[in-house]
Design a protein around this ligand. Structure first.
Ligand code: HEC
Length: 174
């Protein structure tokens, strides 16, 4: 192929992509009952969390936490990462907010938990939050039966039962 044809071909390709895209938009606009989509987290959602915005770092025994997050062990450092540094908007975190908490010490304690605003009616009792336990590899952990450790009612509602005491939309740290 002669090189001078390339810009033309690229233009044709680009125009048809635009055309297809606008058909798709039309279909969406014509949908009489648009339903809001949930933000459903997968392993990729948490990738590289240790490089996100570290917005809180805590250490020391916190009686209000009991054994949760190693809160009864003074050697455990609790690091809280907010994806994209997300802050609440008028007191509410938007759908798609991802927060990871890594609690660890130099020896055996190493627990990673997360909360994700899934939204769109999911877990409305917890204002749309889904609760997670991640493995040391940063992926969603599974129990011995292979069931993913995630959900509205994780650990029989223990996560939510304590986080209901947080001041800003189930979040303590920011
Ligand atoms: C008994 C209380 C308690 C329980 C149970 C608990 N948490 Fe927390 N969590 C806290 C506190 C307090 C913080 C604030 C940070 C700190 O002081 O370490 C926190 C912080 C977090 C954070 C960072 C965002 C924030 O609120 O600051 C995430 C994510 C989190 N917890 C997830 C979970 C998950 C998932 C579970 C259940 C597996 C859980 N938590 C169970 C008390 C609790």
């Amino acid at each position: 192929m002669k090189k001078k044809h390339l810009p033309f071909l690229l233009l044709v390709a680009f125009t048809s992509i635009n055309f297809l895209q606008s058909c798709k938009d039309d279909e969406e606009d014509n949908d009489p009952t648009p339903t809001e989509q949930e933000f459903v987290a997968d392993d990729n959602t948490f990738a590289d969390f240790a490089n996100w915005s570290l917005d809180a770092e805590k250490q020391g025994i916190d009686p209000a936490m009991g054994a949760a997050h190693g809160g009864n062990d003074s050697t455990v450092i609790r690091k809280i990462y907010f994806k994209d540094g997300q802050a609440p908007v008028n007191g509410v975190y938007p759908k798609g907010t991802v927060i990871v908490k890594h609690s660890a010490n130099d020896s055996t304690y190493n627990v990673i938990t997360a909360m994700v605003k899934r939204g769109a009616g999911f877990n409305s009792a917890n204002d749309g939050w889904e609760w997670f336990i991640l493995g040391a590899d940063g992926k969603i952990a599974k129990d011995t039966a292979g069931v993913a450790l995630r959900g509205a009612n994780l650990m029989n509602g223990m996560c939510a039962g304590c986080h209901t005491n947080a001041t800003s939309d189930w979040v303590f740290s920011k």
